[in-house]
Design a protein around this ligand. Sequence first.
Ligand code: C2E
Ligand code: MG
Ligand code: MG
Ligand code: MG
Length: 297
Amino acid sequence: VKADLAIYAAKGTGKAKVVQFHERMDTEYQLRQQLKQDLKQAIAGGEITLAYQAVVDPRKNRIVGCEALARWDHPELGPISPALFIPIAEETGLITDLTRAVLAMATRDCNTWPGDTTIAVNLSARDFRACNVESMVLDAIKVSGLPHHRLEIEVTESAVIEEREAATMALAALCRKGVGVALDDFGTGYSSLSYLQALPLTKLKIDRSFVIDIEADPQALRLLANVAQLGKDLDLKITVEGVETEGQLNLLTSQTKIDQIQGFVYGPPLNLEAMTRLLQAHHRSDLKPIAKRAGAR
Ligand code: C2E
Ligand code: MG
Ligand code: MG
Ligand code: MG
């Protein structure tokens, strides 16, 4: 409303756009300031919760794991996107407290689930600089009692490049203990292939941007298939993120060597209760495929 009024006020002057821009900057700035102030209490007070999204073996229709995704339901402002609050957590140095809290919740929850579903947790570059990631992760495993091989750490290319030495050491140590290490958003960063080979990894998660066009563009499909093959040549498991349609799913299973799918075609991130119910139902009837989301395109 405030921005609309500003546009009206500026109309006669031909500066509507400029005024609108400044108004928006102003409110965005204020919002970020408020979130900065509130985030510490939110982490300490348990306002941050987790959503869990299934990772599926599409050829068997089996859930193989879940990714833990942080959620903040702000008491006044409502749900805040992690795309907004994660960078704020990084800037303010609160990210390590957040990561520690996420690790604790995720390993605890996963250990109550039936079967041997894995749980993936996202780490930030800041974590490698600010704390001993190896002991932070091992602490969470110890407290929860989750077997090492059921936890997977997700890092982005930029995180491992920014904190190359610390990240490589911590990830190698965790890998040796059986913890999975996935390179997230793969293909959006800028790591060289020789560097990729040197990293202690168990999985590549191919970014959603590679998937978007595969139904319309055969070249896009070939590119994705080759990126998957590249990962296979490095003995890595391949997950494709952001698969939304059955058409994409069919192309991926028939034309590429990917191992796992994560995306709306199998379901959105769910709260703990809903994910627990889904996994229990899935586990009881061993061969029942996970229901594809009703209405999924
Ligand atoms: P990410 O780790 O790559 O997580 C996947 C994101 O893609 C999630 O967004 C998920 O909801 C979304 N997604 C899943 N399937 C689909 C699909 O089919 N289509 C589309 N369009 N999107 C899909 P979300 O939950 O908003 O998280 C965004 C990013 O925030 C994450 O990307 C991750 O980088 C970061 N993030 C979330 N939780 C944490 C956390 O606990 N710690 C850290 N460091 N980062 C986190
Ligand atoms: Mg991730
Ligand atoms: Mg990702
Ligand atoms: Mg992503």
